[in-house]
Design a protein around this ligand. Structure first.
Ligand code: SF4
Length: 350
């Protein structure tokens, strides 16, 4: 059997290789989406990746979702486009059409937005379809059959999403009907076990496959409570409000006002950095302790109480009055305060 290039050369012809068909992958950085990419590359497709970042899924948070995405794309040898869903994501989260899961995770609406972003990229680069690492039955809210179909409808991608890991168990897609892919080359993985994926990772030489991702912050029950509280008290939360949700101990003092108390040096620094005009910062002057932030239209009337909670989480001796520095809009004042008693503040904890 002669190599096709050799045959062309013998007859003095220029060999123009047939262009590979393009597909777009939604890449999360987790193992499943990497495997989906490898499967499509193995079937001769030119894969480009889209990674989605939201205010709740920080690529650097180390929680699995989107972690080390750039390195993963390089390992897979795919182009990577990162799309940030910011204000529109917050808008969606105010009233997710398909509700939220056990935390505050609007998985169906969220996935639909992600696929919409991938669809735009698909149209831009002239790709044939979109792939994702979704596995049938792996996640309770968004990866059962009806949810997968809802996501396709909501994103305007009916027939255009191929889920290579479970494709053998799902209805045929346009790609299959048009003969671009074959059912026997699709996986039949179902459920939460990762045994099949780990076998595949070995086959594809994916070293140190990432653990099953911890998911985004919205699936975390404790974070979910804080997010729910924020969205039920603020018409349109800002990215700054959401950054504040990620740190500290949170106390809802009234409908308009919250107190957040730093838990360590890093959080204290973040609190200082994200404080806005009108926010009140509190810090015990002569003892190691937190920086606290009072935010909201009723902040001033809670200063005394916030000072006592700040003392409570500091190293100040019990029962001793200490000085708390209160800063608002670059002006400082000092107040004297004693440690708050548990019964006075725990009831406000979110
Ligand atoms: S876990 Fe978070 S990022 Fe993933 S689909 Fe649900 S809401 Fe979206």
């Amino acid at each position: 059997m002669y190599d096709v290039k050799f045959v062309y050369a013998v007859f003095g012809l220029i060999y123009v290789p047939e262009e590979k068909k393009k597909v777009v992958a939604l890449l999360s950085g987790g193992l499943d989406s990497q495997l989906a990419v490898r499967m499509m590359q193995e079937q001769g497709f030119d894969v480009s990746a889209v990674a989605i970042k939201t205010p709740f899924c920080d690529f650097d948070c180390g929680r699995g979702c989107g972690f080390e995405i750039r390195e993963r794309a390089d390992d897979l040898n795919v182009n990577l486009k990162t799309v940030y869903l910011g204000d529109e994501y917050i808008e969606m989260l105010k009233h997710p059409k398909h509700g939220t899961g056990a935390g505050f995770n609007p998985c169906i609406d969220c996935r639909a937005m992600m696929f919409e972003a991938a669809k735009k990229h698909m149209e831009e680069i002239g790709a044939e379809f979109i792939i994702s690492g979704e596995v049938l039955g792996q996640r309770p809210m968004s990866q059962h059959g009806p949810a997968l179909r809802t996501i396709e409808k909501e994103s305007g991608l009916v027939g255009k999403i191929v889920r290579p890991l479970s494709g053998g168990l799902l209805p045929s897609t346009d790609a299959e009907k048009e003969g671009l892919i074959r059912r026997e080359n699709l996986g039949m993985i179902r459920g939460r076990t990762r045994r099949n994926q780990l076998d595949m990772a070995r086959k594809y030489g994916i070293e140190n496959p990432p653990n099953a991702g911890g998911g985004c912050l919205l699936t975390d029950p404790a974070f979910g409570l804080k997010a729910k509280d924020l969205f039920s008290h603020t018409e349109t939360p800002t990215i700054n409000d959401i950054d504040l949700l990620k740190i500290g101990r949170h106390f809802r003092l009234d409908d308009q006002t919250k107190l957040v108390v730093g838990r360590n040096k890093n959080e204290n620094e973040v609190i200082k950095a994200i404080a806005l005009p009108g926010d009140i910062l509190l810090e015990v002057r002569d003892h190691v302790g937190p920086i606290s932030i009072l935010r909201g239209s009723g902040a001033s009337q809670h200063t005394e109480f916030a000072a006592s909670v700040t003392v409570r989480y500091s190293d100040a001796p019990k029962e001793e009055s200490v000085t708390v520095v209160v800063t608002k809009n670059d002006s400082n004042k000092e107040v004297s305060s004693k440690r708050a008693r548990e019964e006075s503040y725990l009831k406000f904890r979110i």
